[in-house]
Design a protein around this ligand. Structure first.
Ligand code: GLU
Length: 447
C-alpha cells in the first residue's frame, strides 16, 4: 500500500458498545496497525437527544480495555458548521432539494404505491413544486427536510471484504440528509468528516452497504472521489439473535466484568465468522499479523460466550509475565515471573491467581490421607536451595524407599502440599512453597 491508511470507528454515543461494535473497531484498528496507519475515534453525536457524554467516555474505556488507543478523537457535534457548508454546496449544485411531505403523507403515498405493485420509492414530487407552491407551504408554517438527488446509475466499488460490489441507485429513494429542525442524519456528516479527515478506508458492518452507494455519490459530488469501502459480516449472539446497544447483550462492559481476557474477546470478535481458525493470541499485533479482511465469511456469525470463556483460559496459558505484571499487582498478587509461569497453565481467570498465591505462601488446610507415608516423605525432603529439579529428586528417592509409583506416589503429596485435588505442576510449585512450609504441611495431622 503506497499510502498509510487512515481509518475511523464512528459509534453513536447512545449506549455501551457490544462485541459486534468492538468487531468493527478492531477490524479498523488491526488494518491500520498492520500498515502503520492511523485510527480515528469519531463520535456520531449529532442526535443531541440520545447522545450522552457518559456513553462517549465509556466507549473510550471499553476500547482501551480491548487495547485500542485512538490517534485522534472527534465529535460531530463540534463540526456542524462543516456540514452546513457542505449542504450549501450540494444545494448550489442542485443535488440537495427541499421536500415538505409529512411522515403521514409519505406513508400514505408508499401504501398507494405498494397497492399498485410499485416499489415504494420517493416520487420526487417536491422537485416539481413551483416557487409559489413552496412559498405557500412555508406560509402555512411547513418547514422542509432536505433530500439528496441521486443519479439513477449503478454505483460500483471494489469491497475490501466482498470484492466487486454494486448497487443500482435507480431503485433507491432520494435520501433525507437534513431534518425539518436543521439537524443532520448521519449520512452527510459522515462523508464530510471522512473527506476532511483524510479517511482512506471505511470498514463497517454490512448493514451499511446501501448507505455506501449513496455516500459514494455524495463523495463524488463534494470531493470528486471516495475512499475504499469494506463491509464485514455481522455478529449475533449464540442463539442467532442480533446484538443491540439497547438490550446490553454481549456488552464489552459485561464481558469485562465477567473476568474474560480482553485479548480473548478481541481474538474471538475478529476470528469468529472468518476462514481463520479461532486461536489465543498474546497481543493485538499478533492478531494483526494474521488477520485478513478477505477471510471474513459472508453470512452472519454467532458469537458464543462459552467459546469465549474457553479461549480466555487458553489466552492466559500463553501470556508472558510482562503482559500481566501490572494487573497482578492490582490484584495484590505477588510472586513475580516464576509464580506466574508456575500457575498460568491452570487458570480460567486471572483472579484465580490469588488462590494459587495462598497455596504458595498462605495458610491452607492440607489434606492428610496417609500420615505414615507423608512422614516418610517429610524425612526425605531435600535440603534447600530448591529449584525445579527438586521435585524429581525427592519423589525419585521416595519411590525407591516405598515402592510406590504413579498416582499412589504423587497424589497424597499434592493433597498435603496444596490442599487441592488438582493444580499446577508440583515441580514448579514446590520451590515456591519452600521447605519450611512443605514440612509443616506434610506433618499436619488429619482433622
Ligand atoms: N454511527 C454509525 C454506526 O455506528 C457509523 C457507520 C459508519 O461507520 O459509517 O453504524
Amino acid at each position: 500500500m503506497s499510502q498509510r491508511p487512515i481509518v475511523r470507528f464512528a459509534p453513536s454515543p447512545t449506549g455501551r458498545i457490544h462485541i459486534g461494535n468492538a468487531r468493527t473497531a478492531l477490524l479498523n484498528w488491526l488494518f491500520a496497525r498492520r500498515e502503520g496507519g492511523r485510527f480515528i475515534l469519531r463520535f456520531d453525536d449529532t442526535d443531541r437527544e440520545r447522545s450522552r457524554e457518559e456513553y462517549a467516555r465509556s466507549i473510550e474505556e471499553d476500547l482501551a480495555w480491548l487495547g485500542i488507543k485512538p490517534d485522534r478523537i472527534e465529535r460531530q457535534s463540534q463540526r456542524l458548521d462543516r456540514y452546513a457548508a457542505a449542504a450549501e454546496k450540494l444545494k448550489s449544485m442542485g443535488r440537495l432539494y427541499p421536500a415538505y411531505e409529512t411522515a403521514d403523507e409519505l406513508d400514505r403515498r408508499r401504501k398507494r404505491q405498494q397497492a399498485r405493485g410499485l416499489p415504494p420509492i420517493y416520487d420526487r414530487a417536491a422537485l416539481k413544486l413551483t416557487a409559489e407552491e413552496r412559498a405557500a407551504l412555508e406560509a402555512q408554517g411547513r418547514k422542509p427536510h432536505w433530500r439528496f438527488k441521486l443519479k439513477p446509475e449503478i454505483v460500483r466499488w471494489d469491497d475490501l471484504v466482498r470484492g466487486p460490489s454494486h448497487i443500482d441507485c435507480a431503485s433507491l429513494s432520494d435520501p433525507i440528509l437534513a431534518r425539518e429542525d436543521g439537524t443532520y442524519l448521519y449520512t452527510l456528516p459522515s462523508v464530510v468528516d471522512d473527506f476532511e479527515m483524510g479517511v482512506t478506508h471505511v470498514i463497517r458492518g454490512e448493514d451499511h452497504v446501501t448507505n455506501t452507494a449513496v455516500q459514494i455519490q455524495i463523495f463524488d459530488a463534494l470531493a470528486g472521489g471516495a475512499p475504499r469501502f469494506g463491509h464485514h459480516n455481522l455478529l449475533t449472539d449464540a442463539s442467532g439473535e442480533g446484538l443491540s446497544k439497547r438490550t446490553g447483550s454481549l456488552s464489552i462492559a459485561s464481558l469485562r466484568e465477567s473476568g474474560v481476557e480482553a485479548l480473548a474477546a478481541a481474538a474471538l470478535a475478529v476470528l469468529t465468522g472468518s476462514a481463520d481458525s479461532v486461536r489465543p493470541v498474546a497481543s493485538l499485533d499478533d492478531l494483526a499479523r494474521s488477520f485478513d479482511l478477505k477471510h471474513l465469511s459472508h453470512g452472519a456469525a454467532r458469537f458464543d460466550e462459552a467459546e469465549l470463556r474457553a479461549l480466555s483460559a487458553r489466552t492466559l496459558h500463553i501470556l508472558p509475565y510482562a503482559a500481566v505484571a501490572e494487573r497482578l499487582k492490582g490484584l495484590g498478587v505477588e510472586g513475580g515471573e516464576a509464580f506466574w509461569l508456575a500457575v498460568r497453565g491452570n487458570l480460567s481467570t486471572l483472579a484465580e491467581t490469588a488462590e494459587w498465591r495462598r497455596v504458595v505462601d498462605g495458610a491452607i488446610a492440607p489434606i492428610v490421607e496417609e500420615p505414615a507415608f507423608l512422614a516418610e516423605a517429610a524425612a526425605l525432603l531435600p535440603e534447600e536451595p530448591w529449584d525445579q529439579s527438586t521435585w524429581g529428586r525427592w519423589t525419585g528417592k521416595l519411590k525407591e524407599a516405598t515402592g510406590r509409583k504413579g498416582r499412589a506416589l504423587y497424589h497424597p503429596l499434592r493433597l498435603a502440599l496444596t490442599g487441592r485435588e488438582a493444580g499446577p505442576e508440583l515441580a514448579n510449585l514446590l520451590p515456591l512453597i519452600g521447605r519450611a512450609k512443605a514440612l509443616d504441611r506434610l506433618r499436619a495431622r488429619a482433622a
